[in-house]
Design a protein around this ligand. Structure first.
Ligand SMILES: [Zn+2]
Length: 811
């Protein structure tokens, strides 16, 4: 990237800096105040930047005496392309005026809403920090002093800026992201106000870079003519490529391991893939002379990038895909594969969807990627693969089971170089201080990355040293730590892990003291219909690139950052193995995993204003059960939830038993909507749930009760399995009667206790009758079976505990 291009991008990123200044209480128009600030406060003299800021509106631009290749023309039209849809609204309607203290509205207000409906909620004015900013009904206003603080933070970053190093753009983007994410781009009362100022300036910068390269390749230097005077025609030119890349095989790559310290290994592999994806995106952007402003979305092995439509870019894309796949083939055989695709689009496509163009753009790239996946390897690739597998003197890696020649011998077998390095990385990422990750030209240590690079974890001191010595290609800072060197890219990693629990065994044992069965809980979940939400979740008139970018970033932030807070708040005894895109893989103490799943569902519900739902599967296992099997089986549980009508469901424990419901549908035993789980299976508030009823009764009557509960469970199962036509009511009555309390004596206390337990028995008996007899539905019985299973897991170790106490007493 040339110095000129860096200036173009910085100019575009700062073109609306005046809005921040204006909102601190300075009453001059934002183009002028931004310009004056950069010139006087910061002493900048670069006309490329200054002109872009001062003349990005048509009125000023027309009258300004600028050279015909001033970047102001690019910034002007890029600003329009980024925000056109919103601006159009104001020209059509009466001007309702501006209100500079206006808070940002969530894009979720208009996501997946029925025609014309929209919710009225707002974000609390704040900068990005650890706490989740949930949409709220209250409309809190911004203050002058908030904007002053924002301005100070941006100023600090701008002071260190160096035009020669494109990496500074990433750090500027990080700062703008942290400060302007909850700041509205527009405070015009006639507009929606749901696109953040950050997303607006970012898209403006992305479009600017594209236009510059596009016009360069055409040899067009007269920006004034083609972007201002003949603007309308330019909107119809296919100046952009909308590009998407997808890595397949991620899930299998992470979970197909055999290792004693599986949890550490899984977390290291999952982190490795996330950072590899970032590195691949950065490598591509670097080859194309673009910045991360052009990255519209990245997560879960998938990304969208806006690019210029030039021959040079197309050629580089082809090379890039080839390079990446060659590297993957060498490094991991066929387990990981990159597929990409692009489609040529006009500026008009990016701002309106009257002819379904925007929707079509997403469909086009996704079709191209699907095609590629069908024709993965060329004849040449296959020949290479065969050669590779014929090679002699290979040994099997004990962790990933791949055959390799280079091998590390360890006490209990051989480990391939990648697994060897990943083992070291696993140790580092457990250490909070090692939050910097440097990418180097290949050396003798470090985890391999595409492009013959390696990744090394470091602490602040080390990384600072390497940056000074200029020995480092790229720096990633995990979860918002800054070196102060202004070259790092902040990445968010949802890597929550309960304190003092670091192995599957630790987690399995975590509930034993409470009486729980010693088991590991495993959860897999993902958002329902997310692809659809991206492509068509907004009404036509709202489908713009800025809005898509805002939606993407909110979701990425939720799954890669806020998710840590959700579990930390309640100190859940769980560990996140993987959380990216909209996918979550969680392990933990089994009952805590169920609780955590509800935390997650409720948080997402609040966070997205009920516009998105999530489905999950939860299995429970012996900690020594192979992780790849767990992943597979829990994946099936998740599928069962996805097949539930309306999704938005969770499947507990097992899909092994299938039952036919009254209306003939096949139902997995443990699949419930979240609402049903909370209200009917567990019980909350006014809803008498099955689990809470069992707890209430049996917690007091365990000695005699438990064997009876197992008998009842057996009876209910027979009915559900349709081995018997009718539930054996007589038998049920008999069993219940055996639970009836008997009076122990005539003292006042004994009398009281009898009365209490009699009452408890009556209400329990009533509930069971209601659920199992008369007009009882199969749903009630199904829920009761789940609750009984659940309860039996909760108390499995309870008797041993009382035994222990007895023994202690004896001593
Ligand atoms: Zn290996």
């Amino acid at each position: 990237m040339t110095e000129k291009e860096v200036k173009l991008i910085v100019g575009a990123l700062l073109h609306d800096l005046g809005k921040v200044i204006h909102r601190t209480g300075v009453n001059i128009n934002h183009s002028e105040s931004g310009y004056q600030y950069l010139k006087e406060e910061l002493g900048w003299t670069d006309k490329e930047v200054l002109e872009s800021v001062r003349y990005h509106h048509k009125g000023n631009l027309k009258n300004a005496k600028l050279e015909e290749d001033s970047f102001a023309y690019i910034t002007y039209i890029a600003d329009n392309i980024a925000s056109a849809a919103d601006r159009r609204e104001t020209t059509e309607k009466e001007d309702k005026g501006f209100e500079k203290t206006f808070p940002l509205q969530p894009v979720f207000n208009i996501l997946n809403q029925k025609d014309g409906e929209r919710k009225e909620t707002y974000y609390e004015p704040k900068m990005l920090d650890q706490t989740i900013n949930y949409p709220q009904a209250e409309k809190k206003q911004f203050s002058d002093s908030f904007y002053k603080e924002v301005l100070d933070r941006i100023k600090d970053c701008l002071r260190g800026l160096e035009w020669k190093d494109p990496r500074y753009i990433n750090s500027l983007l990080s700062v703008l992201g942290a400060t302007l994410f909850y700041v509205p781009s527009s405070t015009n009362k006639g507009e929606l106000g749901d696109v953040s100022l950050y997303d607006h300036v970012k898209i403006t910068a992305a479009v600017s870079s594209c236009l510059y390269q596009y016009l360069e390749e055409k040899g067009e230097k007269n920006y004034k003519k083609c972007l201002l005077e003949e603007e309308t025609a330019f909107w119809e030119e296919k100046a952009f490529l909308f590009y998407s890349m997808d890595i397949s095989g991620i899930q299998n790559f992470i979970y197909t391991i055999h290792s004693k310290d599986a949890l550490k290994q899984l977390r290291a592999r999952s982190f490795y893939l996330q950072i590899m994806m970032e590195h691949m995106v950065d490598t591509l952007l670097e080859r194309l002379s673009l910045s991360r402003a052009n990255l519209i979305y990245s997560g879960g092995g998938h990304c969208y990038i806006l690019m210029p439509n030039t021959q040079a870019v197309k050629k580089k894309l082809e090379e890039y895909e080839k390079d990446m796949n060659e590297w993957f083939l060498n490094q991991f055989d066929i387990s990981l594969y990159v597929a990409s695709g692009y489609t040529e689009v006009t500026a008009n496509t990016l701002r309106k969807d009257a002819d379904q163009l925007y929707t079509q753009m997403f469909r086009n790239v996704s079709n191209k990627i699907s095609d590629k996946k069908l024709h993965r390897y060329s004849a040449e690739d296959i020949r290479k693969l065969n050669e590779f597998s014929k090679a002699v003197s290979q040994q099997e890696c004990r962790i990933c089971k791949r055959l390799t020649e280079k091998i590390h011998e360890e006490g209990d077998g051989y480990v391939c170089p990648t697994c060897y390095e990943l083992k070291r990385l696993a140790e580092y990422i457990m250490n909070d201080k090692m939050c910097f990750f440097g990418v180097f030209q290949e050396g003798d240590k470090g985890v391999p990355l595409p492009g013959n690079m390696v990744l090394v974890a470091m602490d602040k001191e080390e990384i600072t040293k390497y940056i000074k010595e200029e020995k480092i290609c790229r720096v990633y800072a995990k979860n918002g730590f800054y070196t102060g060197q202004n070259v790092e890219t902040t990445i968010y990693v949802g890597d929550y892990m309960a304190k003092d629990y670091s192995t599957f065994e630790d987690y399995a044992k975590a509930g034993v003291e409470k009486g729980h069965i010693e088991r590991l809980g495993v959860l897999r979940a993902d958002v329902d219909n997310l692809g659809q939400a991206f492509v068509a979740g907004f009404a036509k008139e709202y489908r713009t690139l800025s809005r898509t970018a805002t939606l993407s970033r909110h979701l990425a932030l939720f799954f890669q950052y806020y998710i840590r807070q959700i579990f930390a708040e309640k100190q859940r005894k769980v560990a996140i193995v993987y959380s990216g895109g909209d996918d979550v893989f969680l392990v933990g103490e089994w009952n805590e995993v169920i609780e955590a799943s509800m935390d997650l569902q409720e948080a997402l519900h609040k966070y997205t204003n009920a516009s998105l739902t999530i489905s999950a599967g939860i299995g429970i296992y012996q900690p020594a059960y192979p992780i790849s099997r767990m992943a597979l089986e829990v994946g099936e549980l998740e599928d069962a939830s996805k097949n539930y009508s309306g999704k938005n469901a969770v499947t507990l424990f097992s899909t092994r038993d299938e039952y036919t419901l009254e209306d003939g549908t096949q139902m997995d035993t443990g699949t419930y909507s979240w609402k049903e789980l909370k209200e009917e299976v567990i019980g909350n508030g006014a809803n008498v749930g099955k689990l809470s009823s069992l707890k209430q009764f049996f917690d007091e009557n365990q000695e005699r009760g438990m064997s009876m509960m197992y008998h009842m469970l057996e009876l209910l199962r027979q009915k559900m399995d349709q081995k018997v036509d009718k539930l054996n009511i007589a038998r049920l009555i008999y069993m219940l009667a055996r639970l009836e309390p008997v009076k122990k004596g005539d003292s006042k206390e004994e009398e009281e206790e009898y009365k209490r337990s009699k009452e408890a028995y009556r209400s329990f008996e009533e509930n069971i009758y209601e659920w199992c007899t008369g007009n009882a539905s199969k749903e009630d019985i199904r829920q009761l079976i789940t609750a009984m299973n659940w309860y039996s897991y909760l108390i499995r170790n309870r008797s041993t505990k009382s035994n222990k106490k007895e023994k202690e007493k004896e001593r």
